[in-house]
Design a protein around this ligand. Sequence first.
Ligand SMILES: Cc1cc2nc3c(=O)[nH]c(=O)nc-3n(C[C@H](O)[C@H](O)[C@H](O)COP(=O)(O)OP(=O)(O)OC[C@H]3O[C@@H](n4cnc5c(N)ncnc54)[C@H](O)[C@@H]3O)c2cc1C
Length: 400
Amino acid sequence: MDKTKNIAIVGAGINGMFCAYYLLKSGNNVTIIDKDREGLTSKNNAGLLTPSLSPIPKVSNLDMIKAMTIGNGALYISPYQIIKNSNWFIKAGKYINKEYNMEKFVDLGMKSLELYREFLNKEKIDADLINGVAALYKNEEEAKILSKKYNGKFINQKQINESGYQNFSGGILFDKEMSVNPVKLFDALRNKINEMGSRIVLGNEAKLILGQSGNAISYIEAGGEKIKADKYVIASGSWSNALSKPVKYNPHIIPARGFAILFSTDNNKIVSMPSLLEDYGIAVAQHNKNLVRITSFFELVGTKNNLEEKRKKWLLNIIKSHLKEYNKMKIISINYGFRPCTPNNLPVIGKVNENVFVASGQCRLGVTLAPITGYIITQLINNNDKNVKKYKWLENFVRN
Ligand SMILES: Cc1cc2nc3c(=O)[nH]c(=O)nc-3n(C[C@H](O)[C@H](O)[C@H](O)COP(=O)(O)OP(=O)(O)OC[C@H]3O[C@@H](n4cnc5c(N)ncnc54)[C@H](O)[C@@H]3O)c2cc1C
């Protein structure tokens, strides 16, 4: 590393905070700014750290038509958003049903899992870690075929039933992947970067202000304050397009809304294995005695936040039919979040110009990929590019 630098990060979600963590660890000064006081998306997710489940489920033309009209299960696309973000949808059309760069993507996720284990052990963080995540299917044959394709272990109906589920015929267990309580992880990481000396500015919307050269950023304006730094990181999730505008860069990110419904369980163990119900796009996890987290919906509706009654009913009916002890669960809260999604499902992590970096676009895997995102950004800022040469393809995507 050259020398201590001052770094300003916009976005104190899980990705911005992991950037802060590795930057602080390597001796830099960090200021992290967020317009919200609490995490939204980075707290309201399933907490599954599962690179193997990164491929997007296949969607047919009929699925798309249903998604744009009545909603197709978890998927809904507002026609207004298609008009508003037509470029995004044209680009996405080229990648749909193609597993673009998937091997590299899974490899990136696996490295992130290594970093998670190191981080949780070293910092002695209790995030209710559970080892092993499953994908469950109604069709046994499909589960058998996909278990080979994704290098997971096939599990049969009996094994699935023993872990609290019913009406599935087969599944895939990824025993090297894991799941955490996202709220505990978020809070612990925020405490950690605070303890390490990060300045955390909450409740102020930040704007990047261009210098006279018209190229580099000169400072950040937030709540009437000018925050000057040597390098700036845009880790602003679904809002990254707007933040990047001053440097004439477009990361092509739009929000995909999802909901996290929390249930109390009256101290009953409802499920012992965090799982993705693949026929529906629903995740289920129980990280402690009295809390089940159900997440679902992938809705391209901008940043609206109401869950329609009929969509909620759809979700609850499915959960009821697949969780043996559903009757012991009571809804405590319904929360929403916005996955930051690029048209090709790949994140944008890299250098945009001489003093601006972007760490965003992780979409459905934003928690999974947060440590590797923070690590790559730190290596680039510290001029240790050779350590992350392997991930150059991510930077190429940024530039294209
Ligand atoms: C229902 C659901 C389930 C999910 N399940 C999983 C899962 O199981 N596993 C997984 O890996 N991922 C999952 N995800 C995805 C994951 O939650 C996100 O990808 C991740 O949280 C994104 O983190 P982030 O830090 O990039 O963005 P965010 O958490 O959105 O943080 C960005 C921050 O930037 C701030 N910001 C934006 N603009 C400005 C500005 N101008 N000034 C100041 N601050 C600004 C925002 O307030 C925000 O706090 C799920 C998401 C949802 C919604």
